[in-house]
Design a protein around this ligand. Sequence first.
Ligand code: GCB
Length: 591
Amino acid sequence: MLYVLETKTREVKDLSGIWRFKVDWKGKGLEEGWYGSPLRDTIPMPVPSSYNDVTQDPKVRDHVGTVWYEREFVVPSSWKDKRVFVRVGAAAHRAIVFVNGRKAVEHEGGFLPFEAEVTDLLKFGDENRITIAVDNTLSWDILPPGEVRWLSDPMHPEGYKVLEYYFDFYNYSGIHRPVKVYAVPREYVKDISVTTRVFGRDGLIEYEVNLEGEGDVVVTVWDGELKVAETSGTRGLIALKDTKLWEPGNPNLYLFRVDLFSHGELVDTYPLPVGVREVRVEGDKFLINGKPFYFKGFGKHEDSDIRGKGLDHVINVKDFNLLKWIGANSFRTSHYPYAEEILYLADLYGMAVIEEAPAVGMNDFQGRRKIFGEKVNEKTLEHHLKVMEEMISRDKNHPCVVMWSVANEPASYEEGARAYFEKVVRRTKELDPTRPVTVVESSGYHETKIGDLVDVTCVNRYYSWYTDCGDLDLVEYQLERDLRGWYERFRKPVILTEFGADSVVGFHRDPPVMFTEEYQKELVERYTRVLDRLNFVVGEHVWNFADFSTKQAVHRVLGNRKGVFTRQRQPKLVAHFLKERWHRIPNFWEK
Ligand code: GCB
């Protein structure tokens, strides 16, 4: 799936702005055909944004069910001879789109785009109405999972509707990424797939172009203003001599342009930034362009004040500047695929990305319920496989993506997890044989049933935080024994994908105690001492980049405070420790 771009042959209308919004309190909107005529009694609502923190009404914030968005847009008459599509960047978690009262498309899953051709539904040279119903209900049929519970009370016979979920970030809801209407020519470039390889100083680009209709394809590769290669055909190989490779810290990008001609005339053109690089796991090393890479960075979230998970270019660019400032070279899109705009920035800034599917909360840390085979079912698996397809189809061309994570902390100690993840990992590798695959684990090395299925061992650990509270002296023994255990059993490179401690900014205590900035720094420092002496450890991602919102709980003080930066992106004490450390450790590092 190509990102929506304006080019010489394509036009785009970005419908970001204020929409009309209405909560469907009784869940009757569909039945009553609310999409058939303009909505009444609406309030203004920005798109893209989560709606939860925008109003002053806690009922809107906590609503479980459907909300409706609507606005008008004009389609110019010049688009009459084109194909017109509507693309929704992401809507959490289920959405149905109507154009002029007729259904255009529906989609499940809140973190990936979907689209439909709407040419036949439009009035050209006129105003059109788009209506989107978005449902934030979680269930075990989609990812991330959750469930609705009715709590009864004799004083309230109808009961209370509560959404339960087992992941640690707030279930922000609404249209989180831009909605775009765009026009392409009748015959056009539908998709481009590019993979790259590296031979010494030379790079090889293998490509495939998928067309709607017919025509002659010409491909050119540009280094700035300089054309460095030209070829033709819908598939082929391009060899580049003395390639400027893409790698973390040195993100060279070429422009790969596909031109489609019909009877000698240009009908469509699409430019794709391409970074030539090769990723491989060999023994206990993670190699980028043949060199052992060391991951320094964070698990992140799409999360900021008021707009929640809504796309925010200001926050995003700030975050990349902070990643650079602190000396990071990578992050994980914990716990769902982030906006495409973020991956384009990662390509540009030279940040390696572990891209994660929204499979989080497939665990029960109290160990009371069985997950695989009971909660997780055939439908979950089917949806999971579809999500892998959609995610890889969207992001396959990004050089920044160096590994797929198919899930975070599933109940991998259950027998049923093996059959499930065998299928998910196999499908992921079929879809993309060029990138390593992982599952981020919280199980013990002796109990996991899936540790051998992945290419890289990724583990999350919270010694001296969730266990042995306050006892920093235990960290080093426990962590070292644990990580050695993983390596001895599976012989794969290890990344510590989460470790950290909550700190409330401004809380100080010496000697350190929990929740102070000193304790967070001391804990992180002690973990890193262990990582430095284990050769098979190829990376460290601190949890989390910034403080973020969660559902309310006794162990959450206005959300999760494990940020190295505050939610407003200001550094805590630990940030200065990491800055010094990460600027000292090179990106390519063999211990
Ligand atoms: C984890 C989860 C992450 C949580 C974190 C925590 O293991 O992967 O989503 O936010 O722990 O802070 O508890």
